[in-house]
Design a protein around this ligand. Structure first.
Ligand code: C2E
Ligand code: CA
Ligand code: CA
Length: 863
């Protein structure tokens, strides 16, 4: 027995688990050696607290936790209240105490690391509606403040230095302070900003703009102890604070959504402005302060430094300018923007840093603040001196005043909103512009049109809408692909764009449809129309010039339909519809041309619509009949007939094909109608075949181009022949030269298939179109029909005689029969005979009439 093979996966599994076990073995001793670190925890959410699992939590707790993990320290939380925590740290029972603000006094008993673990400041929180805007509003207020805290001392000093009286209510926790304010037992409470912003909503309190005592927070340890811990903390903080995606910033964000950099929330601008004001008070009020005791001066100095720290770490541009518009102060961002240290910025004016137009605009805004005492909030677009860099700012500028109300400077806070503006523009572009061509889209056009029409109602000037549609664009798209189609559209947009005035709106509606809206045209119609015609003809001309597409020259043309505002009476919809109709009229007139909309056109359009409706119905109701017109030879012998369709309309009477065949072609109704005609004609042939006198007669049936080019045409004819049992050799299909415009090769193939079955072909209306002789030779034709127009003037116009002679000669050389149609007089018949034509059709021999009449036909007397 063979041992079972070891599956490759199994062996790998063994390796992996072995490796794992090894790793665990290696790791075990290092756990044993982990450095134990006792950490003081007093509850100060969100900075530090004891989590439900008994582990450190909060910003500083989690940051320390991660450092410990990487340094292989084992943290042991020691819960205590603040005062006890401080004492335990000083006597070494606690190794690290988070959330300690540095002060010289504390530095006597504690050691701190260098890199602050958190920036914070104190802020006042109050109920909604409490009017606390600046430190001056604290007069006579009840302020809850943490007993024995640095904030208490600081606030008292601050109040004293402003000569203010307020009642400080000592509390034992920040939460207690908030509770007092919520219960109206205090007007406001002091808290560090992190606690405050995190907890205030829970008490329905809000931050006031009064902030003070910016602080840097550290982990503290007993004096002279644990230098390794402090060094480890510094190392991690330095690395993390340099990288916005680090664990440090992720933690900050988790605990209050703060971004990596200290962005100033908009509500805080006021506060920062007040801070800035305070700074300036500190600077400018030195004279007053000098009279204060030394200790106060020291406090203010410290405050100034802290303030600078804050002002330099925000992402806003903060500056102070004197009444001569010279910079007195600028924060880090401003200095970076100007590329100069603060010392070189101070004393300069904006002319040094911006181009002339920008500087002039900034000065206008600044003067409103300095001279009129306004608070200016405005967007400022600033360009560098050489104009290369342009940024948009939202600036808030406010006056700084002496206690007696005189303005001595302005403080400005500008936020760079360039990116925001760009995004807005992008959104706007997507919503209102066509991506391919960059032109306004339908939505924007409708908007402007609405506006323009309303405007037109008010002033006398006229306007016009030009509907521009490329001719045969679909063909290009289908043959060369959409890519090429897109390129053509772009070039078209470019050409149109360079030939319209700035005040006109050029839009792309979609596909190959463009619209141009012209405004401010002459109030009188003839003049306005002349103006429009000039523009439109120019456009037609430039659009018809060859386009370079992938190195190949491509020609394209356009049709333009035009409607005037003054004629549209009212709505945008009506105007668009009219321009669209006029455009179709231009297409119908052979494309590459322009058409104006007019009321008569509208009438025709409505009539056409009615006719089309009727036509659809009449097909179902079999209101059509075939009439037959005799065809004879030189001796007047009946050769056959041409079938001509008539529409017996219940109210319109007998409608001639000229009125409805084109409509049937454009709507596609010609397909079912044509099939019916063919079927009826074949039935007639079958009826004749049963009669010895008529079995030789041929029947000519007109086939329209659309019908012939339909892909099922050949099969349809075969089916009809099969269904009716008609003799194909008696059936003659009449095509016109217009059939030759499309795809001649397929046409030849189709004709060949039918010809093989015995079906005959005649080329109708010959001489009116343009047939190339080479095609003529290749088409399997049996007969040419000389067009009626040549016969009509045969006796008076020698040219016509020459043409007839040529056609007869051509027929002879191509071995085709030649028949003349529209023969009305004997003189015409005789003349044709002399020119060599042997077959005739026309009123002289008989009008198109019902089948029974043809059956009784005999050569009319005199013919
Ligand atoms: P067409 O094929 O050239 O037809 C000859 C037209 O000339 C017929 O007009 C006929 O009535 C007219 N006609 C014949 N002899 C004379 C004459 O001596 N003097 C004058 N002045 N006119 C004469 P009709 O029947 O009004 O047809 C007009 C056109 O409609 C036809 O021109 C043909 O193109 C089209 N059509 C007629 N029936 C059909 C059909 O069944 N199918 C298709 N596709 N088109 C048809
Ligand atoms: Ca015909
Ligand atoms: Ca004809």
């Amino acid at each position: 027995m063979k041992p079972p093979p070891i599956h490759p996966l199994d062996s790998r599994h063994i390796c992996l688990s072995g490796l794992l076990a090894l790793c665990m073995l290696c790791a075990a001793p290092s756990w044993a050696q982990a450095r134990e670190v006792r950490v003081g925890v007093y509850a100060n959410e969100p900075k530090i607290l004891l989590g439900q699992d008994g582990q450190l939590s909060g910003i500083l707790g989690e940051v320390l936790g991660e450092i410990a993990r990487q340094e292989n320290w084992r943290l042991i939380p020691v819960p205590c209240d603040w005062q006890a925590c401080l004492e335990l740290t000083q006597n070494g029972s606690i190794d690290l105490l988070p959330d300690v603000a540095f002060s010289a006094e504390r530095a006597l008993h504690l050691d701190f690391h260098r890199q602050p673990s958190l920036y914070s400041w104190s802020q006042l929180y109050s109920r909604e509606g409490a009017k606390l805007k600046s430190i001056l509003d604290l007069e006579d207020r009840r302020i809850a403040v943490l007993a024995g805290s640095i904030q208490q001392d600081y606030l008292q000093t601050l109040l004293d230095s402003f000569g203010l009286h307020a009642q400080l209510i000592p509390v034992h926790s920040l939460a207690e302070g908030f509770e007092l304010v919520a219960n109206q037992q205090a007007d406001t409470a002091v808290a560090n900003q992190r606690f405050g912003d995190y907890q205030a909503p829970g008490y329905q309190l809000r931050g006031t703009p009064i902030m003070f005592q910016p602080a840097q927070l550290f982990y503290a340890t007993r004096k002279g102890a644990n230098a390794d811990l402090l060094a480890g903390i510094d190392r991690h903080l330095r690395e993390w604070q340099d990288s916005p995606s680090s664990y440090y910033y992720q933690t900050l964000q988790r605990w209050g959504g703060e971004r990596p950099r200290l962005l100033v929330p908009s509500e805080a601008w006021w506060g920062l402005a007040v801070l800035a004001g305070l700074l300036l008070t500190a600077l400018a009020g030195a004279v007053v302060l000098r009279r204060q005791v030394d200790e106060k001066t020291r406090h203010l100095k410290a405050s100034e430094q802290h303030l600078n720290t804050i002002l330099d770490s925000v992402e806003a541009y903060i500056y102070i300018k004197d009444p001569e518009l010279r910079y007195q102060y600028a924060n880090r961002k401003v200095c970076e923007l100007f590329g100069l240290p603060l010392a070189q910025v101070v004393g300069q004016t904006d002319e040094r840093f911006f181009d002339a137009a920008t500087a002039a605009n900034l000065h206008d805004n600044d003067r409103r603040v300095l001279l009129l005492g306004e608070r200016v909030e405005t967007e400022e677009v600033n360009r560098s001196p050489d104009g290369s860099l342009e940024q948009t700012y939202l600036s808030v500028k406010l006056p700084l005043r002496h206690p007696d109300g005189r303005i001595y400077a302005l403080c400005g806070i500008s936020t760079d909103i360039s990116e925001h503006k760009k995004n807005l523009e992008q959104i706007h572009r997507l919503a209102f512009y066509d991506l391919l061509t960059g032109l306004p889209n339908r939505r924007l056009l409708l908007d402007r049109l609405q506006h323009a029409l309303a405007q037109h109602g008010r002033n006398q000037l006229d306007g016009a809408l030009l509907f521009i549609d490329l001719d045969n664009f679909k063909d290009l798209n289908d043959t060369l692909g959409h890519d090429m189609g897109d390129r053509l559209l772009q070039q078209v947009a470019q050409r149109l764009g360079s030939h319209v005035r700035e005040e006109d709106t050029l839009a792309r509606l979609g596909g190959d449809e463009f619209v141009l809206m012209l405004e401010g045209l002459h109030p009188q119609h003839p003049e306005a129309i002349a103006q429009i015609e000039t523009v439109a003809s120019k456009l037609i001309q430039v659009l018809a010039e060859p386009y370079a597409l992938q190195g190949r020259n491509h020609t394209s043309t356009a049709s333009i339909g035009i409607a005037l505002f003054s004629e549209a009476r009212g709505t945008v919809d009506e105007l668009l519809k009219r321009a669209d109709l006029a455009m179709y009229e231009a297409k119908a007139a052979g494309r590459n041309t322009l058409r104006f909309f007019n009321p008569q056109m509208q009438a025709e359009v409505s009539a056409r619509a009615n006719l089309e409706n009727d036509l659809r119905q009449s097909l179902a109701e079999r209101q059509f009949v075939l009439h037959y017109q005799p065809q004879v030879d030189a001796q007047g012998q009946l050769l056959g007939a041409e079938a001509l369709v008539r529409w017996q309309h219940p109210s319109r009477g007998l409608v001639a094909p000229g009125e409805f065949i084109p409509l049937a072609e454009s709507t596609g109704l010609i397909l079912p109608l044509g099939r019916w005609i063919l079927h009826s004609a074949c039935q007639q042939l079958v009826a004749w075949a049963a009669d010895a006198e008529r079995e030789q007669l041929t029947l000519a049936v007109n086939v329209s181009a659309r019908q012939f080019h339909h892909r099922d045409f050949v099969d349809d004819v075969f089916a009809v022949l099969d269904e009716t049992g008609a003799n194909p050799q008696r059936l003659e299909l009449e095509l016109t030269e217009s059939h030759l415009v499309q795809d001649v090769e397929t046409m030849i193939v189709k004709m060949g298939l039918l010809k093989a079955r015995g079906v005959r072909f005649a080329l109708d209306d010959f001489g009116t179109g343009y047939s190339s002789l080479s095609y003529l030779k290749r088409l399997p034709l049996n007969q040419l029909k000389i067009d009626r127009s040549f016969v009509r003037d045969l006796l008076s116009d020698p040219n016509d005689a020459a043409i007839v002679r040529t056609i007869v000669a051509l027929g002879g050389s191509l071995d085709l029969q030649v028949i003349a149609e529209g023969v009305e007089t004997r003189a015409q018949r005789d003349s044709l005979l002399r020119l060599g034509c042997q077959r005739f059709q026309g009123y002289l021999f008989g009008k198109p009439e019902a089948a029974q009449r043809l059956e009784q036909w005999s050569l009319p007397a005199g013919a």
